[in-house]
Write a protein that binds this ligand. Structure first.
Ligand SMILES: C[S@@+](CC[C@H](N)C(=O)[O-])C[C@H]1O[C@@H](n2cnc3c(N)ncnc32)[C@H](O)[C@@H]1O
Length: 270
């Protein structure tokens, strides 16, 4: 597997995902202690002076966000997290989901993230070592999450595969359904790219029986070239109250400020 998230860290898709993950965490915290299970954790923290300079995706994503005026609250919340990691004012460090969640855990909350690539898992463990309630573990997150989810009554589960393997759509949908069997009150947030509509629709059809689901789409441009990531979606099963409105704010801002002509955001229920 060749996927390295360090090339993509801080791009528009990370902005959508991380602004919504932050909101989901804070919203679930209102109801009591939260356990976050993250099937595809990545490195935890990204140095934007590395691989990201080659792709320039962060430049078109988080860098533009950080210099934008009048950011709405949920975009501002992500900006505040990024600013806290870059106190010198340079935009060098970008938090992945593990670091974002770990920084916001309270004493009774817990985070466990899984990463299949050995060297990335070492970075993950390293990035979380200051956070006693957060752990990074090497391994296949699709498998590990099933035993973890069974012992928690209502986990917040994040599923964020690279979608480079042809079976990632099937495994993400089947893992979601299996989690909900053992933990019916789990909230499961799945990130997917949007390239062409049939791939995305096929994934949603597989999820069909999962339960109440918000589909939050941020399409940066019309879907004319299926070889490109033209947009992304966060699919939230068992969404907490307010998820639709949060997604409208986040996806709407991203499309308006980071998108191209013909882009659009759409938030709907499956
Ligand atoms: C999109 S990146 C994750 C980014 C991270 N969720 C974030 O938002 O900061 C996907 C990661 O999943 C890892 N990966 C791929 N297949 C996996 C599997 N079956 N189990 C765990 N990790 C996997 C890849 O090595 C890669 O680091």
């Amino acid at each position: 597997m060749n996927y390295r998230h360090s090339f993509h860290a801080g791009n528009f898709a990370d902005v959508v995902k991380h602004a919504l993950v932050l909101w989901l965490l804070k919203t679930r915290q209102v109801a009591g202690p939260v356990t976050v299970l993250d099937t595809h954790a990545g490195a935890g923290l990204y140095d934007l002076a590395g691989d990201a300079t080659r792709s320039r995706e962060a430049e078109a994503g988080i860098a533009r966000l950080m210099s934008a005026d009048a950011r709405p609250p949920l975009i501002e919340a992500l900006a505040a997290e990024v600013a806290a990691l870059n106190r010198s004012g340079d935009m060098r460090w970008y938090p992945g989901s593990p670091m974002l969640v770990a920084r916001n855990l309270r004493p009774d909350d817990r985070y466990a993230g899984f990463e299949i690539s050995g060297d990335v898992a070492s970075l993950l463990v390293d990035s979380l070592k200051r956070y006693p309630n957060a752990t990074g573990r090497p391994g296949d997150g699709y498998k590990a999450v099933l035993s973890e989810a069974a012992s928690v009554s209502a986990p917040l589960v994040l599923i964020d595969p690279p979608f480079e393997q042809p079976d990632d759509y099937v495994r993400a949908a089947e893992t979601t359904l299996a989690i909900l069997k053992s933990a019916p009150k789990a909230t499961v947030a799945i990130w997917t790219p949007i390239k062409d509509m049939e791939t995305f629709d096929g994934f949603l059809r597989r999820l069909g029986p999962a339960g109440p689901t918000v589909v939050a789409e941020a399409r940066l441009r019309p879907l004319l070239n299926p070889m490109k990531m033209n947009g992304c979606a966060m699919v939230v099963v068992n969404p907490p109250e307010g998820t639709d409105e949060a997604a409208v704010e986040i996806c709407g801002w991203v499309v308006e400020h980071l998108g191209e002509q013909g882009g659009r955001s759409e938030i709907w229920r499956l």
